[in-house]
Design a protein around this ligand. Structure first.
Ligand SMILES: Nc1ncnc2c1ncn2[C@@H]1O[C@H](COP(=O)(O)OP(=O)(O)O)[C@@H](O)[C@H]1O
Ligand SMILES: [Mg+2]
Length: 427
């Protein structure tokens, strides 16, 4: 597809590289200023093909251009070309820098981009309403200053824009961000000093480190050890998310965990707004029974994947358009390696019963936690297990004689061991 060049004249070399050269030559002439200025006319002249819009974003001078310069350039491009003839491939005009990271969606840049989109009938990726429906209202008010911890992700192009802060808890601050045309959730972990109970040793039990040097450093609490501990903590959540998604558990789709930030799917409800927590909704008895059964099955699936949440409650379950989604897993524990696995599983299951029991009191009489753990220990837990909530009590008569004999044998063994030790130390 060919478009008229700027001013109706054709430039000799239309390649992006030529425009870069032209720009560089012009800007080096004004070497007194550190930042090369983008030359709007030269750039637009080189944009013979709309595909070059992609290139604009990659042009070195674009990267350092001010918002004003970018705006001028985009508006110039918009007015020069017949944008209604854009190919219906959003990727063609979608690139990391069209929406500059700190661009306010109501600014001239965004308007220019959305004018492109409208005239080219590119609805979804660029439609302005996407900002309204996919971001929480509060997040849209005012311009968001880029949080320091998210800056590296913007620099690396992992996210394009920070829409707003969703929540700041004791463990993490959660933001709504935009990556390309999708809204995502960025969870920024707080430093160890600021975190609360979940650093407790019981959660760390059974977590593996790469080598014994790291294990020793962590035990001693050296700086390196503390850094290892941090990494282990931050990676635990993304590891659990991948493992659970594989095991058929509905968790947010993880993308990456880097620089202490977990980038994952933003869980939304049927209207496209951020999904509410279970704690924020009211349920009928029938819905409570349905969700309770569904979540018990999720707990079973987690355990089949070897994971126990460790902090499961109505605060860490979101009610999405497609049902409940389990979140917040940095403390997730390894069911086979952690000594407190049984009690943690029981606590998670009891928390579910206490919450859903408010709407359906019959749930309160059952003991699903003990039942699930017993099946797991016996190696009989399956993802489609039918739970009853009742535990079969072992009513067989106890063989008291054999128990007493076992105790006596253990006592004799212990006496012999102590005697041997005393003899050794006497010699
Ligand atoms: N993937 C997500 N999608 C939508 N909202 C989320 C997501 N992850 C977290 N949140 C919101 O952020 C809050 C805090 O996140 P959470 O992972 O529970 O961290 P914390 O350790 O601070 O409790 C949640 O209660 C929820 O409202
Ligand atoms: Mg939480």
């Amino acid at each position: 597809m060919t478009f008229p060049a700027a001013g109706g004249t054709r430039v000799a070399d239309h390649s992006p590289e030529a425009a870069v050269r032209a720009n560089t030559a012009r800007t080096s002439a004004s070497a007194s200023s550190k930042r090369p200025k983008i030359d709007t006319c030269a750039t637009v002249a080189a944009l013979e093909k709309v595909e070059c819009l992609l290139w604009v974003g990659r042009c070195p001078s674009w990267r350092v251009a001010s918002g004003q310069e970018r705006r001028q350039c985009i508006c110039a491009v918009a007015s020069r070309f017949d944008l209604s003839r854009l190919p219906l491939d959003p990727f063609i005009i979608r690139h990391d820098f069209l929406h500059s990271p700190c661009c306010n969606p109501t600014s001239g840049t965004a308007h220019a981009i959305h004018r492109f989109a409208d005239s080219a009938h590119l609805s979804d990726p660029f439609a302005f309403h996407a900002f309204r429906t996919h971001a929480p209202r509060a997040a849209l008010v005012g311009r968001m200053k880029i949080p320091k911890r998210l800056a590296p992700l913007l620099d690396e192009g992992l996210i394009d824009e920070v829409i707003g802060q969703l929540m700041s808890g004791k463990e993490a601050t959660v933001y709504v961000v935009r990556s390309g045309d999708s809204m995502r959730c960025a969870k920024v972990y707080k430093d160890a000093k600021q975190r609360s109970f979940r650093q407790a040793a019981s959660y760390r039990d059974g977590r593996k480190v790469k080598n014994s040097r790291q294990a020793r450093a962590m035990e001693k609490g050296t700086r390196y050890g503390r850094q290892m501990q941090e990494e282990l903590w931050q990676n635990a959540e993304v590891d659990a998310l991948f493992r659970l998604a594989d095991g058929g558990v509905r968790v947010p789709q993880p993308y990456i965990c880097t620089d202490g930030v977990l980038l994952m799917e933003l869980v939304v409800d049927a209207t496209g707004d951020v999904a509410p927590r279970l704690n924020d909704v009211h349920l009928t008895e029938a819905r409570a029974l349905e969700l309770h059964a569904l979540l018990l099955n999720q707990v079973v699936r987690m355990l089949c994947a070897g994971v126990i949440h460790g902090d499961l409650s109505e605060y860490n379950i979101l009610l999405a358009a497609d049902g409940p989604v389990i979140i917040d897993l940095p403390q997730a524990i390894d069911a086979a390696a952690n000594n407190e696995a049984a009690s943690m599983l029981k606590r998670d299951v009891d928390n579910l019963a206490a919450y859903f029991g408010r709407f359906a009191p019959q749930i309160l009489g059952a003991d699903y936690g003990t039942e699930i753990w017993a099946l797991f220990e016996a190696g009989e837990l399956k993802v489609d297990v039918k739970l009853t909530g009742r535990i079969e009590l072992d009513t067989r008569p106890v063989d008291l004689d054999s128990v007493l004999q076992e105790l006596e044998e253990t006592r004799l063994d212990e006496d012999a061991r102590v005697r041997r030790q005393q003899e050794l130390s006497a010699n």
